[in-house]
Ligand binder design. Structure first.
Ligand code: GBH
Length: 518
C-alpha cells in the first residue's frame, strides 16, 4: 500500500458543506424492467444476447432496488452519508423517449416518492439524467445518439425531470461518462448498442466515424438541456447542473519526449474531447489533427451554447495509466496503456478488472491538472475498486475487503492533500458503489460495492470499506469550520503537475509525492 506522506499527521478537516455519499445507476440496480409502464432501454436486449456479458447476466433483477428502495435508503442512513448519487431511467419517465411521446405518470411517481424519502432521511439527492440507458425506441426510430434529433428529445426529457423533481433536486448531472457512451457503445462495441466495424461483433457500425458523431451529439444534448435549465428553471429552483466525465491520470512510461507527449494525448482524448469544448470552447488541437474531417464541427451558435455549459467539473476516476506513444488506437489517442513500469514492477494493487490498479498519487495529480486547466470546483462523482476474485469468496470473506479499504484510504488521503495542501476546490466525493451491482459487460462477476449483495437472497452485507468510509467522513468533515476557499497558488500547482511528468522512476515508488510502503 502506498500512502502519501506529505499529509500532516493530524488530518485536516474537510469543510462542513463537503458532500459525500455513494453512487449508483438505474440500470445497474433497479431490475423490474417491465413494470409500471417502463419502456425498453438499449441495455435490456443487449445484455440478454449471448456473449455480451461475461457471465450471461442481464438487468432484469439486478439488486432489485426498484422494490427494495427503502432498504437502500436505510443503508445510506446507517452509513451516515450526506448525499446519494443515483440516476433516473429515461424509459421509465418517457417510455418511447421522444418529445412527442407520452410521459409515464408511474415513472414520475416512483422517483418522486424516492426523492421525498431521501429528503426525509436528511440525504441530498444528486441526480444523473443519463447513465447509458437510452430508450430503445429512439435507437430504433432514428439511430439514437447518431442522430441530431436526439438533442431535442434529450432536452425535452431533461425538462420533464426539472419540472417534476427540480423543486426538490438541486444537484443535476446531465450525462455520465460520454467517452464510454461513444467509444464503448459505437467504437469498441462492448457496451449497448454494441456497434462496431468489427463484423465478428456487430453486423453494422463504423468505428472510424460513429464515436465522434455520437460524442458531438452528446455534448450538444448536454448543452441544450443546461441552457433550458438556466433559462426556464434555475431562477426559481436554484440548483446547479453539470456533466460528469470519466478520466484517469496519465503518466509517461518513461521520460522520453515521445512518451511525455503521449501522456498528454491520452488526456486529450479521454478528457479534453469533452472538457475542452464544454469549459474552453473548442475541441483539443490534437484531436483535430488526428481525426481531420471525421471530427464534427460546432456552428458558432452551438458553440455559444456549449462553452460554459457546466457549473462545475464532474469527475469519475479510478486509476492511472502509464502511457507509451504508438499503436493505432484512436480511442486512446494512439497511445498504449500499461501498469508495468520499465523495471517490471507494477504501478499498484491489481483489481478484478484488467484496467484498474490502485494509485492514489495519480488521483491527486489529476485533481491538480483539472483544477488548473478548467478552473471550476470539482465534484468527484465516482471512484472505486473491485477486489480481485471477490465473487469466488464466501460472504464472510468478501466483506473483509482489505484491498478496497486500502484503495479508499489512499484516495481519501490524496483528495484531502489536494484540498488542503494544493488548494484544489473539491466539493464532493462519491465512492462507487453503494452496492455490488450489474457491472455492464462484466455482468455480476465484478463487484464494486461497499455493500455485498447476495444475489440469491438479495440480502445486503456492509463490507469493511463501507465502515472505513463512514468513519473517515464522520471524523473529517468539520461541523463548524467555514468552507475552505483559499485560492490555489498557481505556480505550485503548475510545478506539481509538471513533476508528474518528470518524477516517475522505476520501482522506488517515489512518483509525485513522498510515499512510504505500509
Ligand atoms: C464507471 O465507468 C461507470 O460509470 C459505472 O457505471 C461502472 O459501474 C463503474 O465505472 C465501474 O466500472 O477500454 O474497454 O478496457 C468507469 C470508467 C472507463 C472504466 C473505461 C473502464 C476502460 C474500458 N471506465 N475503462 S476498456
Amino acid at each position: 500500500m502506498v500512502v502519501p506522506t506529505t499529509l500532516t499527521p493530524v488530518v485536516a478537516k474537510l469543510p462542513k458543506d463537503f458532500l459525500w455519499g455513494f453512487a449508483t445507476a438505474a440500470f445497474q440496480i433497479e431490475g423490474s424492467t417491465d413494470v409500471d409502464g417502463r419502456g425498453k432501454s438499449i441495455w435490456d436486449d443487449f445484455s440478454r444476447q449471448p456473449g455480451k456479458t461475461l457471465d450471461g447476466g442481464n438487468g432484469d433483477v439486478a439488486t432489485n432496488s426498484y422494490e427494495l428502495w427503502k432498504e437502500d435508503i436505510a443503508l445510506l442512513k446507517a452509513y451516515g452519508v450526506k448525499s446519494y448519487r443515483f440516476s433516473i431511467a429515461w424509459a421509465r419517465i418517457i417510455p418511447l423517449g421522444g418529445r412527442n411521446d407520452p410521459v409515464n405518470p408511474k415513472g414520475i411517481e416512483y422517483y418522486s416518492k424516492f426523492i421525498d424519502a431521501l429528503l426525509a432521511a436528511g440525504i441530498i439527492p444528486f441526480v444523473t439524467l443519463y447513465h447509458w440507458d437510452l430508450p430503445q425506441a429512439l435507437h430504433d426510430r432514428y439511430g439514437g445518439w447518431l442522430n441530431r434529433e436526439i438533442v431535442e428529445d434529450y432536452t425535452n426529457y431533461a425538462k420533464v425531470c426539472f419540472r417534476a423533481f427540480g423543486g426538490r433536486v438541486k444537484h443535476w448531472l446531465t450525462m455520465n461518462e460520454p467517452w464510454c457512451v461513444s467509444i464503448l457503445g459505437y467504437g469498441r462495441g462492448v457496451f449497448a448498442p454494441g456497434r462496431s466495424s468489427d463484423r465478428n461483433r456487430s453486423p453494422e457500425g463504423d468505428s472510424s466515424t460513429e464515436p465522434w458523431i455520437v460524442g458531438h451529439n452528446v455534448i450538444l444534448a448536454h448543452a441544450y438541456a443546461v441552457k433550458a435549465y438556466r433559462e426556464e428553471f434555475k431562477s426559481t429552483q436554484r440548483g446547479i447542473i453539470g456533466i460528469t466525465l470519466n478520466g484517469d491520470w496519465a503518466l509517461p512510461y518513461d521520460d522520453s519526449p515521445a512518451n511525455v507527449e503521449a501522456a498528454q494525448h491520452a488526456l486529450d482524448v479521454a478528457i479534453g474531447w469533452y472538457a475542452d469544448p464544454i469549459y474552453l470552447g473548442h475541441y483539443p488541437e490534437f484531436m483535430q489533427e488526428m481525426l481531420g474531417e471525421r471530427l464534427p464541427a460546432f456552428t458558432t451558435e452551438e458553440l455559444a451554447v456549449v462553452k460554459g455549459s457546466s457549473d462545475f467539473y464532474g469527475m469519475n476516476t479510478y486509476t492511472t495509466n502509464l502511457c507509451k506513444a504508438g499503436g493505432d488506437d484512436e480511442f486512446q489517442g494512439r497511445v498504449e496503456y500499461t501498469f508495468t513500469r520499465p523495471d517490471g514492477t507494477q504501478l499498484g494493487t491489481q483489481a478484478h478488472c484488467a484496467w484498474l490498479q490502485t494509485y492514489p498519487q495519480g488521483f491527486r495529480a489529476l485533481l491538480n491538472y483539472l483544477y488548473k486547466r478548467y478552473r471550476l470546483p470539482i465534484y468527484v462523482t465516482e471512484n472505486g475498486f473491485a477486489v480481485k476474485n471477490e465473487n469466488s469468496l464466501t460472504i464472510e470473506q468478501a466483506i473483509q475487503d482489505h484491498d478496497r479499504v486500502e484503495y479508499f484510504r489512499g484516495m481519501t488521503a490524496a483528495a484531502v492533500a489536494a484540498i488542503v495542501e494544493d488548494g484544489v476546490d473539491i466539493r464532493a466525493y462519491f465512492p462507487w458503489s453503494l452496492l455490488d451491482n450489474f457491472e455492464w459487460a462484466d455482468g455480476y462477476d465484478t463487484r464494486f460495492g461497499v455493500t455485498y449483495v447476495d444475489y440469491a437472497t438479495q440480502k445486503r452485507y456492509p463490507k469493511e470499506s463501507a465502515k472505513f468510509l463512514a468513519k473517515f467522513f464522520r471524523e473529517n468533515i468539520a461541523n463548524d469550520l467555514p468552507k475552505y476557499r483559499e485560492p490555489p497558488n498557481l505556480q505550485s500547482v503548475l510545478n506539481y503537475v509538471r513533476s508528474a511528468f518528470l518524477r516517475l522512476r522505476g520501482s522506488s515508488g517515489t512518483a509525485l509525492v513522498g510515499t512510504a510502503k505500509a
